[in-house]
Write a protein that binds this ligand. Sequence first.
Ligand code: ZN
Length: 133
Amino acid sequence: MKPVKIKCPYCGCPAILRPASYVHGDRAKEKYLYVCAGYPKCDAYVSIHRGTLIPKGTLAKGDLRHSRIEAHKAMALLWEHHIMTRTQAYQWIRYRFGLRSKHAHIGQFSEYMCSQLIAECHDILKNHHIIAS
Ligand SMILES: [Zn+2]
């Protein structure tokens, strides 16, 4: 497997495949991350799909990483509550946001897209009386 060539969208530096411990130290849960060459001055990185060297999306700084985690959690509630299957949920976001399948990953989402997705998920959960309106 070869590392993928990607650039940091914030500063334009190349991303370097590094052991996750480079960023997270002993707390590292994953094996590898793509980390901006400007790290730690530029705090941008992204994890990889398990068993591959494929990045989960674009490099992200703290706020965006947090938004993407929250968006994932909101979406996971849809299949945890059996409103949709995971596959249907991803089909729904492709349709809802008019995305091609390769962009229909939360790892590609901007903060704006994450907040839109969270709001949409919450609307569905409210309609199913899973969360209070
Ligand atoms: Zn950078």
